[in-house]
Design a protein around this ligand. Structure first.
Ligand SMILES: [Zn+2]
Length: 197
């Protein structure tokens, strides 16, 4: 690997400042058949993807602080006025006005239910969750939308009560910082580094 510094990004005065190298190529390797004939090459690459969160940044920051943030339309003339959205929507889908951020942690702790679930043994590239992954669609009292998440203790069932846990010890600042466990789960059983918030 090159000795160049791996790329880092910071923002100064509203502008992105990129520093270092974001793409590391490695030498190609031949792909051959049993007779030694050339069939192709492998192209090893190592790249740093820059993913900007924009208006969703407070949601991801909140997870590491043990908070589940949603949003609410407060536009007086909108039919969706007062509707709370989780997943976090920056804008109201009805009036396109900017939503107000609301802390839904307590609601989630009291009234989250598994609407449905899906268990998968096969995952995409760079998956870091242990398999099988127990995806749950979580429903909240008074919220018209459903949040996708993963159950990290026990087996999912439709209608089961779940509570959120958060990676507050060493946040990754991604959706993986939020997981779900059955109501009544003991703190000693939950994922390492996670807390009830
Ligand atoms: Zn609206």
């Amino acid at each position: 690997m090159s000795t160049a510094k791996r790329g880092k990004v910071r923002v100064e005065n509203g502008r992105y400042r990129l520093d270092g190298q974001f793409h590391f190529p490695y030498p190609n390797e031949p792909i051959r058949n049993e007779d030694g004939e050339l069939m192709g090459v492998t192209n090893p690459r190592d790249l740093t993807h820059v993913h900007m969160y924009g208006g969703e940044a407070p949601f991801f920051e909140g997870l590491g602080q043990g908070k589940l943030l949603g949003t609410r339309c407060d536009s007086q003339n909108c039919d969706a006025n007062g509707s709370i959205f989780i997943p976090f929507r920056i804008h109201c889908p009805d009036c396109l006005g900017k939503n107000t951020i609301v802390d839904m942690t307590e609601t989630a702790k009291k009234g989250a239910t598994v609407h449905t679930f899906m268990i998968t043994e096969r995952t995409g590239a760079f998956n870091t969750l242990p398999k099988p992954i127990r995806f749950v669609n979580v429903e909240f009292e008074g919220v018209p939308t459903i949040l996708m998440g993963y159950l990290s203790v026990g087996e999912p069932e439709i209608g089961m009560k779940v509570v959120p846990i958060f990676n507050t010890t060493k946040p990754s600042y991604t959706i993986l910082d939020l997981s779900w466990v059955p109501e009544g789960t003991n703190e000693s059983e939950i994922l390492e580094g996670f807390t009830f918030g």
